[in-house]
Design a protein around this ligand. Structure first.
Ligand SMILES: [Zn+2]
Length: 330
């Protein structure tokens, strides 16, 4: 039995038809974790659908109303890049409920997974890039409302910039020290990457992403690492290490929200980085080791993954669970 919980429901499936987003990946991850013996049924907990009140902690009443009544404009639906249906809306409300539950369990057990979620392109007033509701932001605001946490840090390792996250948490700003320049020999090879630093409020946002990729407009995170095309394991891990150390020098979060996208993978159809499956597991281990060393609870969500073979995406996500088992299981 795992020393942490996995939040999952068969209803995470997104009814979007034939789509580059492999909506069946959640079910396959669940199956694989059981078949491979990494987890047993007792490790899984079924989430409840988030309440409208929870969703409204992040999203505007107008947007929520449009989603619930099916009155998005054609342009708004196009921007979501997933076809609207009441079932789709319910799946996103459920993903948000799953992230709330994962955050609650992370605070108890040091780490917990939502086997879904990570919809980091959703904004308060609109959805985009396959993301309708920002489940991670909803979970953070709910934990704050319940006085479980005051501060949080998002660590977004999806290949795409966390534009929704940056926009949602850009509101309240406090002064922070500038990021020390990355002068180490390890980073010399990756000189063409850029690191940008902005002030943080009560939620510190870190995003490592491919610079030349969606979204075109990248509102500033607290730390943005704009990676060049084709970056591999070694350089990526050095930049991640640097961003985590810099972030944690500036900010002490009560909860870390790790957005463990599978799309920095070299075989990804929507990504242009060159990480291997092994490198991605090292990435996960690095995040977990840092969190454990500083005693920061971690809630994990899965975000994107568009490998040519869906099997690879499933492997990458399952490896994140195994990495947590390795780091927190001892
Ligand atoms: Zn992505």
């Amino acid at each position: 039995m795992l020393p942490f919980k996995l939040i999952y429901s068969d209803d995470y499936y997104l009814p979007i038809g034939a789509h580059v987003f492999p909506a069946e990946k959640y079910r396959r991850i669940h199956e694989r974790l059981l078949e491979s013996g990494v987890a047993t049924e007792a490790d899984f907990i079924t989430p409840q659908v988030a309440t409208d009140q929870d969703i409204l902690l992040v999203h505007t009443p107008q947007y929520v109303e449009k989603l619930k009544t099916g009155t998005l404009t054609a342009r708004e639906e196009l921007q979501m890049e997933v076809p609207y249906s009441p079932e789709l809306v319910r799946a996103f409300w459920l993903a948000a409920g799953g992230s709330i539950l994962a955050a609650q369990h992370a605070l108890k057990d040091r780490v917990a997974f939502n086997i879904g979620g990570g919809f980091h392109h959703a904004f308060p007033d609109h959805g985009e890039g396959f993301c309708v509701i920002h489940d991670v932001a909803v979970a953070i605001r709910r934990m704050q409302r319940d006085d479980k946490i005051q501060t949080a840090m998002t660590v977004d390792c999806d290949v795409h910039h966390g534009n929704g996250t940056a926009a949602i948490f850009a509101g309240v700003r406090v002064p922070s020290d500038p990021l020390p320049s990355a002068g180490s020999a390890t980073l010399a090879a990756a000189r063409s990457a850029k690191i940008r630093n902005a002030h943080a409020g009560d939620v510190f946002t870190i995003s490592l992403h491919q610079e030349h990729n969606y979204p075109a407009w990248k509102p500033p995170s607290s730390i943005d690492v704009d990676l060049p095309d084709g970056i591999g394991d070694h350089d990526y891990l050095a930049w991640l290490d640097n961003a985590l150390s810099s972030g944690l020098r500036q900010f002490e979060p009560d909860l870390m929200c790790y957005i463990a996208g599978a799309d920095p993978y070299k075989e990804d159809q929507l990504g242009g980085l060159s990480l291997t499956i092994e490198g991605l597991k090292k990435r996960d281990e690095l995040v977990f080791r840092v969190a454990r060393a500083r005693d920061i609870p971690v809630m994990v969500t899965f975000a994107g993954g568009y490998a040519r073979r869906v099997d690879d995406t499933v492997t990458i996500h399952c490896n994140t669970v195994m990495a947590a088992k390795g780091v927190f299981g001892t």
